[in-house]
Design a binder for this molecule. Structure first.
Ligand SMILES: O=C(O)CCC(=O)C(=O)O
Length: 128
């Protein structure tokens, strides 16, 4: 999580439970175990997706917390959101090639292929 604005307790800085990725599935967090990642804009917080985490509560009425989140899920290194299902292909076809590549239509060597080829080929096919 990259802080684009200051992250404070008041504006809902990311909550993290350190080492919780090692906990048994039925282990409940105690409120005093939760820490909030207060950080200045430009800072970054790195955590495993299996570490319990989430956005805090913004208790202000006028301070927005803005962050940029990059998530990869090993399975193997996929995006958090399945863009093939999220963005209709007809919308993808209208996008720039760069956007199409970023939405995972570009294969990287043997990773992300479709029928042993680039998914970009699918974008040029006519709809049935
Ligand atoms: O809002 C936050 O700081 C946490 C974001 C988050 O939990 C996530 O996107 O996985």
């Amino acid at each position: 999580m990259f802080a684009l604005t200051d992250f404070t307790v008041a504006n809902g800085a990311t909550q993290v439970l350190p080492s919780s990725h090692l906990w048994p599935a039925d282990r409940k967090a105690e409120p005093e175990e939760v820490i909030q990642a207060e950080m200045k804009a430009g800072s970054a917080l790195f955590y495993l997706g299996s570490t319990l985490h989430g956005g805090g509560t913004n208790t202000t009425s006028d301070k927005w917390r803005r962050g940029m989140f990059f998530g990869f899920v090993i399975g193997w290194l996929r995006t958090e959101e399945n863009m093939f299902l999220t963005v209709p292909i007809d919308e993808v076809r209208k996008m720039s090639v760069r956007c199409q590549e970023l939405l995972s239509y570009k294969a990287h060597r043997g990773i992300g292929v479709m029928d042993v080829g680039s998914p970009m080929a699918l974008l040029s096919k006519e709809r049935h």
